[in-house]
Design a binder for this molecule. Structure first.
Ligand code: SF4
Ligand code: SF4
Length: 373
């Protein structure tokens, strides 16, 4: 099992699509849910309790999450010293990576660092100076011996040219990444009316994805290596394996849960405080016997459900975007799947001639990459 350990609700950034949206959404309805507004600002339960909880599952993987988890360096160290987990990962904005000693950083299996592309775009979304500070910290952890997987985690919306920004992250003089994941900022806020999502997704994002998939396979042909562009990689692997039915690919609600700062277990970090979806408490729950929750309509009757897996349980439950707006998001999913499907013969040819093998497409599932953006 995978668990996001939410160490704090606080963050040291004020990104447009998170802090900005939270302000614009402030007066709007939160779909009638019973929300717990009194959660502790920082982890308010004992590390021993987390150790006992994880002891039920020898395969337990913990991902530090926030707010910004590196605001809680002492708690991270205590957990890494005191909890026997199969592995540790972290999702961070990267601004404070220099605060955690290398002996801990170097134990992370994976670090997902928020970066949206080049300096101009990253600083536009995340605030001036963000890019330079994050890159400085990434160089530092590399020079201190971090050997795990470093994933550039992009949040993508109307200002993003997906093809240009992903290829920039892969190949630039500042800090080239070999793993990139992106998630669309779509369906998480009551913001559709103030967005230009329809035009952008149709005229910009969808064609950009097609170009990117082609680039990905061209690169395979040229170099004999598979770039870890997670949304494309995850879909391609399923199609190559002939997988019939994928469950929600982020794992939310069935293999990947989150533990709030008060110890309650929730479906995923975005369900923070929504009491209707509390699934127990780390004090007495067995990680292997947690209730499973799956997406409902429109996913369950969608012809793409087997491949898509449902995109996002939070969006599916809260329905913050209306039917028509959500349908536009589903068009992006269909476009991604079709673009990858069209390239499968070219990929198979590379496998059949021995230039690549199926192992090249393997990755650690539920590592924080939702696959379907
Ligand atoms: S494409 Fe849309 S409706 Fe279909 S399974 Fe995915 S998220 Fe659900
Ligand atoms: S995709 Fe949705 S359900 Fe899955 S982790 Fe992200 S917000 Fe949660």
């Amino acid at each position: 099992m995978f668990f996001h350990v939410i160490l704090t609700g606080e963050c040291n950034s004020q990104c447009r699509y998170c802090f900005g949206e939270a302000i614009d959404d402030f007066d709007e309805d939160s779909s009638g849910s019973d929300i717990d507004y009194c959660l502790p600002r920082k982890m308010g339960y004992d590390v021993d309790l987390l150790a006992k909880f994880c002891a039920h599952d020898p395969e337990c993987v913990l991902t530090f999450y926030g707010g910004e988890p590196l605001l809680c360096v002492e708690e991270i160290k205590e957990i890494m010293d005191g909890v026997k987990a199969k592995g540790f990962m972290i999702q961070t904005n990267g601004l404070l990576l220099d605060r955690l000693e290398p002996k801990y950083v170097n134990r992370f299996h994976t670090i997902l660092v928020s970066i949206d592309g080049d300096e101009e775009l990253t600083d536009f979304y995340r605030g001036e100076g963000t890019f330079k500070k994050v890159i400085k910290n990434l160089r530092l952890i590399k020079s201190n011996g971090f050997m795990g997987e470093l994933i550039a985690r992009m949040t993508v919306m109307e200002q993003t040219d997906i093809h240009r920004q992903v290829t920039w992250l892969l190949s630039n003089d500042e800090f080239p990444f070999s793993s990139v994941h992106w998630q669309l900022n779509a369906g998480f806020w009551n913001d559709f009316a103030r967005r230009d999502f329809k035009r952008w997704s149709q005229e910009d994002y969808n064609p950009g994805i097609r170009k990117l998939v082609k680039f990905w396979v061209d690169h395979m042909e040229r170099s004999g290596t598979v770039l870890r562009l997670y949304p494309i990689l995850g879909v391609a692997q399923s199609l190559l394996c002939g997988e019939k039915k994928s469950l929600l690919r982020c794992g939310g609600g069935w293999i990947n849960y989150a533990i709030q700062t008060d110890g309650h277990i929730i479906i995923c970090p975005t369900m923070w405080g929504i009491k209707d979806y509390y699934l127990g408490h780390a004090r007495d729950a067995n990680p292997l016997k947690l209730k499973r929750i799956f997406v409902g309509e429109p996913c369950t009757t969608c012809d793409l459900y087997g491949t898509c897996g449902g995109r996002c349980l939070y969006a599916n439950i809260t329905k913050r975007w209306n039917k028509e707006a959500n349908a536009l998001v589903c068009v992006t999913v269909r476009n991604l799947v079709e673009a990858v499907r069209e390239e499968i013969p070219r990929i198979r040819a590379l496998i059949e001639t021995g230039k690549l093998s199926m192992e090249n497409f393997e990755y650690l599932k539920y590592n924080g990459c939702e696959i379907i953006p």
